[in-house]
Each structure stands twice: as structure tokens, then as C-alpha cells.
Write a protein that binds this ligand. Structure first.
Ligand code: C2E
Ligand code: CA
Ligand code: CA
Length: 850
């Protein structure tokens, strides 16, 4: 071993790559050196190599090693052209310009190529042989060497181990070493024994001249030491087997540990990359060469063994929509010279689209080459998941929105009237439950709504209601609360503090607005409004009570003829309450048949014969006994119960009348009082027809006041129908109203009944008597019979007879009486005599004029 740094002994697998080898360093090497670039072309040659191959450096440059290696040894070369060396140095035959020369060579990886160091085998052998002559010098040299040296001279049986050799194993410098193979092998790690024995066997058999192996040997302390052993056969026996082998042992434990650590780190990194599916690439911006690892190739759907994207470039594989942006991002990153991230889609050869994330670092390597190194990973599934989540979230949100809208809609509908869009009764109740700002309530009811609805149909009714809502909206304040609480009922809650004057003004304006006819379907509809007002004023009133008060005032407004407003007061309330009670009682009385007919006979003024009876209603009250009309007629009219009462009375009266006829009791005629409402009752005529009343026996007493105005068509038609049925007309209470004579003519009544207010004074006032005579004369001139009412004394009866009156009716002659009383009186023979000293009924003077 000549030089201090025998290349053969240099560590072939140096952990760090040899970077820069200057020509000067090469020139000084005691071995032949060839430096190759990455393309395996020779770029440097040292003089030793030039001399060894007998070629000037210029002729060696740019050549490949293959050119120089003997064809028989081409199998020792890698396809890339470098030496295929395993753990050991390689012996190889070269043919330069000279003869074939065998060299021992070893190859080093460098950052951008390889370096091949060579020594001619002849030279080595000569060197080693030379050493035999100077054992002392040799041994001395070995002592100072860093490697442990061993020298097995089988011819002499001399086994030498240097001090370093011993120190490696923790032995003292002067320790005795038993070099016997079978003893030494005991110290070798059991796992290494087989390959150690095989290696030694190959050398001992002469199979190889040089031998290198690594193994673990036990240190004196007990731990394992990694040793790299190199041996060279330097002398041979005649059988071709070595007789002397010299070798060196190097402690490679630190290297092994570093390797193990490196291996461990690499394994972890590989595992991490495998698990994370992160692919790594390395792109040379100068050469545009790209190295891709198998994972990134897999991500791009390329052959994982390919090492680099082939066929298509990265840019080609980008999704067309993302291409421009992704490339711009790379260019920006390169320009900035800083790490950057990227996100884009790629389209695989099979058309599949994948979402990629990238982290890239820009760097310049030691030769100034600009490079990108980066990682790509596939986030397609994440994106799909995100998209799904986003969709699910959007769907949920949309659903929630719909539900919320539906809830609001339902809530709104529950609190509003669909037709007018005004708040409804329910909403009103909610507001009333708690509204400290409430100042007054206007309760409004439409007049004639029912008629319009009945005659023109629901659509017309709806149009009226919509119109009504519009009127209220236009008159009420912004912060007033308007509600439709029933068919044609509305409520305005006034919130702003307003005085009674202001409220009255508001109600008056609304009533006025409702008087204006509303066009509908080519005709004009006349609505009208009645309003009740309840004002909170200074007195705190419960809102519910306030609404009830407004209701009472409304009732009043309606009973006073509608088309007006009324303001609630305690007095109104009391009146209304009692009327209401009476009203309720009347309704019940009708149902229970408590209204019964009484009969007051009428007599011929001259003969005093019974000419007929007037039917007068009585309320046979279960507690109060027989009540005359003054107790209930007004209320019955207000609650519109009069038509029902009139109808019942007519039926009962006629039934009695018919029964009298059958019983042979002679009653020539019967009259009934008919209210104006009953006269307008559409069912009147058909009801009468059904009763089959013979003509001429029944007459209707109609109040003069009914005919005050021009005769309505409707009533004229009814009168005509009554004429046809043979029911006669009598004008009741004649002289109190102001009916025109002409109007009466048109009516063609059978009789006039002079009001008892006119009859009463005739015995005291000649003027009054003249008036009665004038009426009688007018009647007679029109061929109308005249009846005098309220004949309270026989004196009256006598005067009336003299004035020409035809028929008399009054307490002097007979009071109204029940059917039974009446029947009994007839049966017992009616006997009236104007000359009688004592009249059958004691008269009562008429006292006051109403
Ligand atoms: P009217 O039609 O003028 O009836 C005559 C009223 O005078 C009756 O009062 C009768 O009792 C009363 N009367 C009879 N003779 C005399 C008398 O000599 N002196 C005085 N001071 N009064 C006398 P009544 O029965 O209380 O009826 C009052 C009014 O009630 C009736 O006045 C009539 O307008 C109405 N009325 C009675 N029955 C009915 C009915 O069935 N239907 C309708 N719509 N109204 C009726
Ligand atoms: Ca009457
Ligand atoms: Ca009368």
C-alpha cells in the first residue's frame, strides 16, 4: 500500500457526495483519475490516467468509459456507463492506446457526475511484493495507520494484528490474539457469520484476490462493533491458493449508525409520503427536465415507474379552465423566488378530473441551476365532500328559509283577513290584550250589506268589503289599528290621544264617505255605515270593556236608524241593556207562542150590531201576566221581531175566526194590525195564500204613516196582491199623519179609522167635532167607510153616529178580550143598547192627547 490514501480503501459508500474536484487535486492524486459528467462523458483526466492509458487528455475528453473498457468486461459496466461495483473495488481491463491493462478501480458519486479512480494491478502487486522485503518498515507503517491491519502469512503461520486492530476490539495493544478462524468467528455476530465465512472462503480458495465485507464483531466491553474488512491476497502457493493475505479493518460503526439513522428517516419520510399520498417533483428550470416520484405519477394517472411525466407535459394535463391561472401562479412564484402554493384541476388521460393542491419551493442549487421542488396532493375527495357538505348546508338553509317563510305566512294568514288584508278578530284580541296606547274604539257595521250580498251575490259583497276597507284606511291615522272582525263589521283602534270632538269628526267623515254610492258591475250600490264610539277619556277602561262599549254604542246607532254614529254613555248602556233583555225575552216568547190575539169588537154605529173584530196582540207573559203592546212593541220592532209576531197573530186570528164560523158564532169580519216591515216581508203573500182566506172577511190595518211618501213600487205591488186575495185595507190612526188624499185614493182602502186622539175631544169641542165630520165626509165622498176608535162613552157614540160615522170601536162598547171571553160573550147573545141607562162597559174618559 503505497500512498497515504489508498483509493481502494476509501469508503465506497461515502454518505456525502464528492462535490468539487479541482484539476490541481486530480493532478496530485497518486492514482489514475477520470471524472465523468452526468451523461457519463469524461470531463477531466489526470496525468496518471493519461499515462496509464497512453492517451493524451484531449483524446480522452468526452469519451465514455465503455470506449475504454475491454469488450470482455463490458458486463461489468452499468447501462449508464459507470462501473458496476458492489461492496468491493473492481478489477477491470482497459485498453487505451497501449496494451490491455488491468486496474483495480472504484467509483465515486459526485453532485454532477462520477469520478473513477484506478490503480494498475501490476503496480499493486509489485508494491505489495516489495513490502515483503521490509517487514519492519511495513509493520511500523501499519502501526501508525488508522485502520487496523492484519497480516495472515499461512506459509510461516505468522498471524499479525496491529495495535489499532486490537484497539478496535477493545483489546490492549500487547494483547495476545488467537487468530484461528474457528475461534475468531465466535466473536462475530451470529447474523453475520454466514456471509463472513463465505467471503473468507472465496478469498482463501483463490477465487478472488481482493475481498471486502462488513460485519459485527464483539467488543471487549460486550457491545458490537461494525467493521469493514478488506483483504488482498499477496502471495500464492503452487495450488493457486493464497499463502498470504493482508488486510485492513475499519470501524464503520458511526457510519453504520448514521446509515441506520438515515434509513430510519427515509423510511419515515417514505411512509409519511405514502400515507399522505403526497407526490414530490423536482424540476430543472434550465433544462426543463422534471423528476417525478411514483406517487405524483400515480396522482396524474401516469405509470409510477416512469420517473418523469412522459408524453404530456404538466401544462397539458391542467384543466383548460385552470391552466392559465395555475401557470401564472408558478411564474409568479419563480419570479418572486419564494415558496408558493397552487390549486388547480388536472384532466387524466381517461378524462377523469382531479383537484390538486401544490406547495412549491424555488431554489438555486450549488451549480447555480434554478430548480423547483414541490409536492402535489390530490384533494378531489375532500373537494367532493366539501361540495356535498356545501350542498347539504345550502339545502338545509333553503329548507329553513322556506319553513320560516311558511311560518311567517301562516302566522300572517292566521292574523289577517284574506279578503281585505286587514287584521282579523284574532289579531284584534291579541292587540286588545295589551295595548297601553289604546285611546278609543270605533266599531263600524255596514248598512245594507246583507241586501247587497243577497241580491247581487258574494262577489258584489266582497267588492263592498274591499271598498269599505279602503275607506277606513284612508280616514284612519297611520298608527291606528284597523281590523275586520266579522262579515261586515270593522273596528278601528285609535292609539293617538284624541279628544271626543276629533273622534266624532272622524266618525262623521267615515259615515259620510259611506253614503257615496259605489259602482259595481254597471250599477250603483248604496252601502252606509253605523258607528259606535267608545272613548277612554280620563277613565281607565279595560280594552275588552271598551270594545263592548263601542258595540253598545253601535247598537244604539243602528236602532236610531243607522247611517250615523253614536257615542257610548252609561245611560245608553242601561237603556240598551234592558231593551236587550226584553229583546231576548221577546225572541223566546215568539218561540214559545206567548204572543196571543185579543179581540176588540166593532159595532155598526146605528144598529149597534157586531160588524167585526180588531185583533190586538197581547204578550201572555209567564210572570207578568197579559201585557199590552206598549210593553214590547217598540223593542220587538227594533229587534225586527214584528214580522214574526204579525204572522203568528194573523194565523191564530184567522184560525179563531174560521173556528167561530164552524161553531156558528156569527162574526162578519176580522181585521189585523200589520206592521210596515211585515208588509215588506217577501213571504207575506205566499203565507196568506196558503191560509186560503175567503175574500172579504179579512182586512189589514195599515198605519197612515206607511203611506207618507210616494207609494213604493214594492208596497204597491203587495197592496195589489192583497186586493187580489180579497183582503181589504184599512187606514189606521187616520188624521195623525199627513198622508195626501191623492195617495189614499190610489190605495183604494175599504175603511178609514179615525185616530182616537181626534175622537176623544168631540164631546167638548165643536171644532174637533167638525174636523171629524170633515174626515167622515171625505171618506164617504170616496166611498170609504169610516171607523171611529176610542169610543169611550155612550155620549161619544151618539155624537159619532150623528156625525155620520159608520162603525164604532171603544171601551164604551167593548174592550179588547181574550178569545174565550169573546166567544162566551157572543154565545150569551151580544146585547148593546145606546139608550140603555147603564152601558155594559163603564166608559173611561179620554184624558190626554198624545
Ligand atoms: P191601534 O191599532 O190603534 O189599536 C187600538 C188600541 O186602542 C188598542 O190598544 C186598544 O186596546 C185601544 N183602545 C180600544 N178602545 C179604546 C178606548 O175606548 N179608549 C182608549 N184609550 N184606548 C182604546 P192596544 O191593544 O194597546 O194596542 C196598541 C197598538 O198596538 C195598536 O193601536 C196597534 O197599533 C198596535 N198593535 C196591537 N196589536 C198589534 C198587532 O198584532 N200587530 C201590530 N203590528 N201592531 C199591533
Ligand atoms: Ca189598529
Ligand atoms: Ca188605531
Amino acid at each position: 500500500m503505497t500512498g497515504p490514501k489508498d483509493p481502494i480503501r476509501s469508503e465506497r459508500r461515502a454518505p456525502a457526495k464528492l462535490n468539487i474536484v479541482t484539476q490541481a487535486a486530480l493532478d496530485q492524486l497518486p492514482v489514475a483519475a477520470l471524472v465523468f459528467n452526468e451523461q457519463a462523458s469524461i470531463v477531466s483526466v489526470n496525468p496518471y490516467a493519461s499515462e496509464l492509458l497512453r492517451l493524451p487528455p484531449a483524446e480522452l475528453l468526452n469519451r465514455s468509459l465503455r470506449d475504454l473498457v475491454h469488450p470482455d468486461d463490458h458486463h461489468l459496466l452499468r447501462p449508464t456507463g459507470t462501473v458496476r461495483s458492489s461492496a468491493s473495488a473492481q478489477t477491470i481491463r482497459l485498453h487505451g492506446a497501449a496494451d490491455i491493462v488491468s486496474v483495480v478501480c472504484t467509483s465515486y458519486a459526485m453532485a454532477d457526475g462520477r469520478m473513477l479512480l484506478m490503480l494498475p494491478v501490476d503496480h499493486l502487486i509489485a508494491e505489495i511484493a516489495g513490502l515483503r522485503n521490509d517487514e519492519t518498515r511495513w509493520k511500523y507503517a501499519l502501526e501508525s495507520a488508522l485502520e487496523g491491519v492484519w497480516d495472515h502469512d499461512f506459509s510461516t503461520g505468522n498471524l499479525f494484528y496491529s495495535a489499532t486492530w486490537k484497539r478496535l476490539r477493545g483489546l490492549a495493544d500487547d494483547a495476545e490474539v488467537d487468530g484461528a478462524l474457528d475461534r475468531w468467528i465466535e466473536n462475530v455476530h451470529p447474523d453475520d457469520r454466514a456471509h463472513v465465512m463465505a467471503s473468507i472462503g472465496r478469498q482463501d480458495s483463490g477465487e478472488v484476490t481482493y475481498n471486502t465485507f462488513q460485519y459485527r464483531e464483539r467488543h471487549a466491553d460486550g457491545h458490537w462493533v461494525w467493521i469493514e474488512s478488506r483483504g488482498a491476497s499477496v502471495a500464492y502457493g503452487p495450488d493457486g491458493k493464497p499463502t498470504r493475505i493482508i488486510g485492513t479493518d475499519t470501524d464503520i460503526t458511526p457510519r453504520k449508525e448514521a446509515e441506520a439513522r438515515l434509513e430510519e428517516i427515509s423510511r419515515r419520510l417514505r411512509l409519511a409520503l405514502d400515507v399522505s399520498k403526497i407526490g414530490v417533483f423536482d424540476h430543472n428550470l434550465e433544462t426543463q427536465e422534471t423528476l417525478w416520484d411514483e406517487r405524483i405519477l400515480g396522482i396524474y394517472g401516469l405509470d409510477p415507474k416512469a420517473g418523469a411525466p412522459s408524453g404530456r407535459s404538466w401544462e397539458d394535463m391542467l384543466h383548460p379552465d385552470d391552466r392559465e391561472k395555475a401557470i401564472a401562479r408558478v411564474n409568479d412564484g419563480v419570479a418572486a423566488g419564494a415558496p408558493f402554493t397552487n390549486a388547480f384541476r388536472i384532466v387524466l388521460a381517461n378524462g377523469e378530473i382531479r383537484h390538486i393542491r401544490a406547495n412549491t419551493a424555488f431554489y438555486v442549487d450549488r451549480d447555480g441551476t434554478r430548480k423547483l421542488i414541490g409536492a402535489n396532493w390530490d384533494v378531489t375527495e375532500d373537494i367532493a365532500l366539501q361540495e356535498e357538505l356545501r350542498k347539504a348546508k345550502a339545502a338545509t338553509e333553503a329548507r329553513n328559509r322556506e319553513l320560516e317563510e311558511a311560518r311567517i305566512r301562516i302566522e300572517y294568514n292566521a292574523l289577517h283577513d284574506y279578503l281585505t288584508d286587514l287584521p282579523n278578530r284574532r289579531y284584534l284580541d291579541q292587540i286588545l290584550a295589551d295595548d297601553p296606547t289604546l285611546n278609543a274604539i270605533l266599531h263600524l257595521d255596514l248598512d245594507r250589506f246583507k241586501q247587497i250580498n243577497d241580491t247581487l251575490g258574494h262577489q258584489a259583497g266582497d267588492a263592498m268589503l274591499t271598498h269599505a276597507a279602503a275607506i277606513l284606511r284612508s280616514h284612519a291615522d297611520q298608527d291606528d289599528f284597523i281590523a275586520r272582525i266579522g262579515g261586515d263589521e270593522f273596528v278601528i283602534l285609535c292609539r293617538r290621544g284624541r279628544g271626543m270632538d276629533e273622534l266624532g269628526d272622524l266618525a262623521a267623515r267615515i259615515v259620510h264617505a259611506f253614503r257615496r254610492p259605489i259602482p259595481y258591475d254597471g250599477q250603483l250600490c248604496r252601502l252606509g255605515a253605523s258607528i259606535g264610539i267608545a272613548w277612554r277619556g280620563e277613565v281607565e277602561t279595560d280594552p275588552k270593556q271598551l270594545l263592548m262599549n263601542a258595540d253598545i254604542a253601535l247598537y244604539r246607532a243602528k236602532s236610531l236608524g243607522r247611517d250615523r254614529f253614536e257615542v257610548f254613555s252609561e245611560q245608553i248602556q242601561n237603556q240598551i241593556l234592558s231593551a236587550k233583555r226584553t229583546g231576548d225575552d221577546i225572541r223566546q216568547a215568539i218561540e214559545e207562542g206567548q204572543f196571543v190575539p185579543y179581540y176588540q169588537p166593532q159595532f155598526d154605529a146605528h144598529s149597534l150590531e157586531l160588524t167585526g173584530v180588531e185583533t190586538l196582540v197581547r204578550w201572555d207573559h209567564p210572570e207578568r201576566g197579559i201585557l199590552p203592546p206598549s210593553h214590547f212593541l217598540k223593542v220587538a220592532e227594533e229587534i225586527n221581531a214584528l214580522p214574526a209576531i204579525d204572522r203568528n197573530i194573523v194565523e191564530m186570528a184567522y184560525a179563531d175566526f174560521a173556528a167561530w164560523g164552524r161553531a156558528g158564532l156569527t162574526v162578519p169580519k176580522i181585521s189585523v194590525n200589520v206592521s210596515s216591515r211585515r208588509l215588506r216581508d217577501p213571504s207575506l203573500i205566499s203565507d196568506l195564500r196558503a191560509m186560503n182566506i175567503p175574500p172579504g172577511v179579512m182586512s189589514f190595518e195599515l198605519l197612515e204613516s206607511i203611506f207618507l211618501d210616494d207609494l213604493e213600487d214594492e208596497i204597491a205591488a203587495t197592496i195589489a196582491a192583497l186586493n187580489t186575495l180579497g183582503i181589504e185595507i184599512e187606514i189606521d190612526d187616520f188624521g195623525t199623519g199627513h198622508a195626501s188624499i191623492i195617495g189614499l185614493l190610489n190605495l183604494n182602502p175599504a175603511r178609514l179609522k179615525i185616530d182616537r186622539a181626534l175622537v176623544g175631544p168631540i164631546n167638548e169641542s165643536a171644532k174637533q167635532a167638525k174636523l171629524v165630520r170633515a174626515i167622515i165626509d171625505i171618506g164617504h165622498s170616496l166611498n170609504i167607510k169610516v171607523v171611529a176608535e176610542g169610543v169611550e162613552t155612550w155620549e161619544h157614540a151618539a155624537i159619532l153616529r150623528e156625525l155620520g160615522c159608520d162603525i164604532l170601536q171603544g171601551y164604551a162598547l167593548a174592550k179588547p178580550m181574550s178569545r174565550l171571553d169573546f166567544e162566551q160573550r157572543i154565545k150569551s147573545g151580544w146585547k148593546l143598547s145606546p139608550n140603555a141607562d147603564a152601558p155594559p162597559e163603564k166608559g173611561r174618559r179620554y184624558k190626554a192627547v198624545k
